[in-house]
Write a protein that binds this ligand. Structure first.
Ligand SMILES: *[C@@H]1O[C@H](CO)[C@@H](O)[C@H](O)[C@H]1NC(C)=O
Ligand SMILES: *[C@@H]1O[C@H](CO)[C@@H](O)[C@H](O)[C@H]1NC(C)=O
Ligand SMILES: *[C@@H]1O[C@H](CO)[C@@H](O)[C@H](O)[C@H]1NC(C)=O
Ligand SMILES: *[C@@H]1O[C@H](CO)[C@@H](O)[C@H](O)[C@H]1NC(C)=O
Ligand SMILES: *[C@@H]1O[C@H](CO)[C@@H](O)[C@H](O)[C@H]1NC(C)=O
Length: 292
């Protein structure tokens, strides 16, 4: 009898262990895209917090376009990293999650649009210039004397469009040039259609959840509301994303997500741009809980 219950106990133990393993491996894989001028190592705080809360999660931090290579044109980065994301997608029919920090969040969103057959469940944009950028703080790293007012002369040119930053430079005082020259942002934001008229709406609308994180103490993303798809008008007043035509006319699926309660817009005070991806409370409160 004693022996028998011993066997039952070991059987139960085996069952519990396998149940436990099943739980452990049930988190969806997470793909992470780093910001400009950095690389995969900069995202290690996020990956270690994910593993601390969700042990066993399969993590992929892209090692493409690290350092200076991160200034390569956006479409090139979107296509290369996008192929990797699709490959990971294909290996995980149960779905994956995608996180992008700073420029990486804009690359991530464009991947969703350019590869609409993706199976990303949750997409998290961590302080990314989703509606564009009109501030030179971080640019002084590589263009020391660049002034905001005149930067358009550099960026809205054939040469300027060979840089990622030129591709999302959005000068509120030169919208005509922006529409004529920018090869990237007006397309992914649905403000311009490519020659064949294809729309990038399907890939965003397909998400189960989009999380937009940003805040007023960012100091680099200008206006900071660009992290929530808000942007300057010609007077440099910031227009809330829900009042801009990209949303109102649902040009790329944002309104669709919002109406289905799949859009989370999060504002966090007290975080500088270079701290978002290293701030444990931000990661634990606003990133990890969405990676279910
Ligand atoms: C970063 O990329 C390098 C080069 O591919 C790789 O050797 C390293 O393991 C990666 N580190 C992390 C934390 O992903
Ligand atoms: C695609 O993913 C598989 C694993 O699922 C891997 O073996 C292969 O090397 C990947 N291919 C590319 C081009 O990354
Ligand atoms: C933009 O292109 C259109 C069509 O070529 C042209 O008529 C317009 O003057 C251009 N605008 C600017 C600001 O360059
Ligand atoms: C339309 O053009 C875009 C950008 O050039 C391209 O990525 C897309 O595959 C094209 N779609 C079709 C249906 O040809
Ligand atoms: C970390 O984030 C919290 C908000 O969750 C913020 O109050 C704090 O100032 C941040 N700390 C740093 C060093 O950025």
């Amino acid at each position: 009898m004693c022996h028998f219950s011993g066997i039952v106990l070991s059987l139960l133990t085996v069952l519990f262990i396998s149940f436990d393993i099943r739980l452990t491996v049930s988190y969806k894989p997470v793909v992470i895209i780093h910001g400009v001028i950095t690389g995969n190592v900069s995202m290690s705080t996020i990956s270690s917090r994910i593993l601390a809360h969700h042990p066993g999660t399969e993590l992929h931090i892209t090692d493409r376009f690290a350092g200076w290579a991160s200034l390569a044109p956006m479409w090139h980065q979107v296509n290369e990293i996008g192929k990797d994301v699709m490959n990971i997608s294909a290996a995980h029919p149960e779905g994956i999650h995608l996180i992008g920090y700073s420029q990486g969040g804009l690359i991530g969103r464009a991947i969703l649009e350019a590869f609409p057959q993706h199976n990303v469940h949750t997409f998290i944009s961590l302080s990314s210039p989703q509606a564009g950028q009109y501030g030179t703080q971080f640019l002084h790293l590589f263009f020391p004397s660049l002034a905001c007012r005149t930067a358009y002369e550099l960026f809205y040119s054939t040469v300027g469009q060979h840089t990622s930053v030129g591709n999302y430079w959005n000068d509120p005082h030169h919208q005509g040039l922006y529409f004529n020259y920018s090869r990237f942002l007006p397309y992914v934001n649905g403000e311009r259609r490519s020659g064949n008229g294809s729309s990038y709406k399907a890939g965003v609308a397909r998400l189960r959840r989009m999380v937009l994180i940003g805040g007023p103490d960012d100091g680099v993303i200008t206006p900071w509301q660009s992290s929530h798809f808000g942007y300057f008008n010609e007077m440099e007043d910031v227009i809330d994303f829900r009042e801009r035509s990209a949303y109102v006319d649902d040009l790329f699926g944002l309104k669709t997500l919002d109406e289905q309660r799949k859009l989370k817009v999060i504002t966090v005070n007290g975080v500088n741009h270079l701290s978002w991806h290293r701030n444990i409370s931000v990661i634990d409160k606003y990133i990890v809980p969405f990676l279910d």
